[in-house]
Each structure stands twice: as C-alpha cells, then as structure tokens.
Design a protein around this ligand. Sequence first.
Ligand code: ADP
Ligand code: MG
Length: 479
Amino acid sequence: MTFESLALNPFILKAINDSGYTEPTPVQAEAIPIVMAGHDLMASAQTGTGKTAAFMLPALHKLSEPPKGPGKGPRILVLSPTRELAQQITAAATKYGKYMRRAKCVSILGGTPYAVQNRLLSGPVDILVATPGRLIDHMQRGKVDFSRLEMLVLDEADRMLDMGFIEDVQLIANATPKSRQTLLFSATLDGKMAQIAKDLLNDPRRVEVASQQDRHESIEQRIHFCDDLGHKGRILDYLLRDTDLKQVIIFTATKRDADLLAGDLFDQGFPAAALHGDMPQGARNRTLTKLRRGEIRVLVATDVAARGIDVAGISHVINFDMPKQAEDYVHRIGRTGRAGATGIAVSLVSHRDGILLKKISSYTGHKIEATVIPGLEPKSRMREAAPRRGSGRDNGRGNNSGKPGKRFSSEPKHAFGHKPKSAGHSGQARNSGASETGFTGPSERRMQERYNTQPAPNRTGEKRKPATRTQRPQRDGWK
Ligand code: ADP
Ligand code: MG
C-alpha cells in the first residue's frame, strides 16, 4: 500500500513526501479509502498510529474540490477535547495542506482572546479546529457560519466523553448541515462510543486496528486440541474453574450456539450470559453493563457483538469455536490484556483446524504450541496432529509423549495455572474425575444434537446428575 494508490490530490502527496512518510499506517490505509468514498466512519487505533493524517488527508482532498455552497464558513470542522491536541491538529493541517490553495485553517480554543478569534472567524475559513466549549460561545454569538460545512471530525471522542463534552458535541453537530460526512476517532470503540456514533453518524463504516505486536505481548495464547464436543466441554469446564479467571469472553461460531452455550453454563451455575446481534439493543446494553460491573463472569458472544468490548476485568478469551479468519482471531483475543493488564487467550481447536492455525500464526507472526491438561489429553490423533499443527519444532511426537510435555514438566502446576482443590472440597470429585465431567444431562444431550457428536465414555459408569444452581457457591473463583 502506498499513498499514491490512495488517489489523494498531488499537492497533498507532495507534502506527505516532504514529511518523510513512506507508506500509510494501518489505520490510514483502512480509513482513507472509506472517507474518500464519502462514508461516515468510526475508527479506533492506539495512540501514535497516525490517526490525525487518517482524517486530515482525505479532508484536505475534499478541499481540493470546489465548495458545494456559497459563504466563507468552515468546510471541515474538527472537534478536539483539549487545546494541546487542537494545536497538534492545526499544525498537521498546515503541514499536509501547505501546497494547497484552499486550506486555511483556524483554531478556536479556550484561553485565547475573543477579539482575535472573532477576527479569524470573520475571514474565510476552510478548516476549523476547536474545543467544544469555546466554539459554542462563538456559535451563541452568531459568529460561526456552518452553512457550507461538509465534514465533521470528532477526534479522541472517548476523551471528549470522559471530559463531559458529549452534550456540547451534540449541540454543535445539530447546528451543522445534515448532509455532512461525520468521522469519529477514538482509542476504543466500546458501547458508549457506539451510542454516540448512532446519534451522530449515518450508517458508519468501522475500522478497528488492533495494535497487533504490542497487544500480543500482553496476551498469552494457548491452544488445546479437542477430540470432540464432549472433550471440548470438559476442557471448557476445567478452564472456567481456574481461580485466576476473573471474567471471560467465550466465542462461538453462531448466535444460536452463543445462546445455547450461555444457557448450558448458566444452568451449571456459572454467571453466564450471551451477547449477539439478534438481541435487542437494550438487552445488549444491559448485558454489557453487567459485564462491566462484574455481575457477568462468562460472556458467550459472536464476533460481531464482541467487537470493541473494552472491559478491564476480561482476564481470558476462549475460542470455543475457532473464527474463520485470522483477523477475527486477533480482534477476539484483543478483548483481553487491555489497559496494561495481561490476558490469556485459549483456543479449543479440532484436529482439522491445522490450516487455520497456520494462517493465524503467519498473520500474528507468532506460533502457538499445543497445551495439554493432565487428565484431559486428546486421544489417539494427538500424536500425529498436534506436533505437526501446533508446534513446528517437535520431534514428530506429541507434547505429552517422548520427552514429556514441555508444558507439563516445566510447569508443575496444571497447564492453566490451576490450583488443585483442597481435599473435601465438594468440587473435588468433579475435578479429579475431570474427564467424566463437563456438560451434563440435558445440556450434553443438547450439545450432541447440535453437533452430532458422541459423548465421551463415562468411565466410572456413574449416573451423572445434572448440575444445579445450588452448586454455584462451591465453584472456585466464582465466589
Ligand atoms: P494518533 O492520533 O494516532 O495518536 P498522530 O496522528 O498524532 O497519532 O501521529 C503520530 C506520529 O506519527 C506523528 O508524529 C506523525 O507525524 C507520524 N505519522 C503519521 N502518519 C505517518 C506515516 N504514514 N508514516 C510515518 N509517520 C507518520
Ligand atoms: Mg490523535
């Protein structure tokens, strides 16, 4: 990807060249074509990833075309939460627009005398960069003409929200033409951002750039090979009992599976709920609020619904079903390890997922070796499948064969950092017989129907009792 391929005005390209930029950053590469095509946009990427140019370059390109209406008011309005940021944006506009005839940029910030600003506003303006409070002062004095405004940009929208500017932003937006194009940039696109976007944006495209390299360092990725759904269920059950697991998002392939699995887990006593696109917005918001408050510990979600969730308590992400695309894998695991915390991402993979795992490792630049939980090892196929697919530098035998599992031997604790429960704990029976547990009774039957798999043999031959909610307080980590 080059700047030339983005079809920007040659004067802008010349200025970019002067800046020494050789290629667009990922957020620029994704956002600029969307903005050039005239769509509204909500975009997130970490600080320092070049978001300013992601909106300023296509904004300047717009200015290279004649204005749509008469007047001398701003054609582009950029709102910023702070003076410092507004100054940086103004500097960027000046830098990237230096070869253009029509790119007069004015900034209206608190702390500057009104007289000076009045004079600036009375002349022709192409780009107006402002903090919301001061701009509203001028609007109320009738000093701002928005009649030819074409584009509204909300930079650092999350901070504007935190700083209490959202009502001001809405007031300003309402004073601009409805025909405008609106862009929202933010470090995160969580539920609140989505609400603001809904109010102010029109059918927005969404760009969310996971800062891949940085992100992955704070996320420990694991895979477990699973023989069948029953095995998967037992591993999941084991993972959910880890005391280090604070909150988890479990991903399923379909909305229906999200509902069913959430129901199963809830029946087993986990504070679980589903989140997917078929739920009414109100229900989704309530679920997210509960998640944020820690009332929900296990969220079972689909890709689309979980995008952008930013909850610091999410210690784990579990891919119950693998995503189809490597990109989705990255979005999923990015729900954990946020805001300086560390996270664990566990994928429950089938022996057929080899190609997908390869794609993921080449996309992330990171190879994940298979982890094995004592007592929950995959059966026969593990020996052939795991080394080839999970680990490139193996001797052709599984992690748990030959030189016994690196993970095992180097980690006396269980693979998941699981602390064995004390004797007499009522959970002990379930856990020590881990391979007999997992999805029980009606749940398991439902799962079998759904996936058409065979239950793992119940070695003790005991009749399983369906889990009841009274078991909830006995679960480690969920007290
Ligand atoms: P953000 O708003 O995402 O925090 P900025 O827009 O402030 O990031 O950009 C951060 C720095 O990256 C700035 O110094 C800017 O000049 C530089 N920059 C922006 N785009 C590019 C690019 N394509 N190549 C190299 N540097 C860039
Ligand atoms: Mg910025």
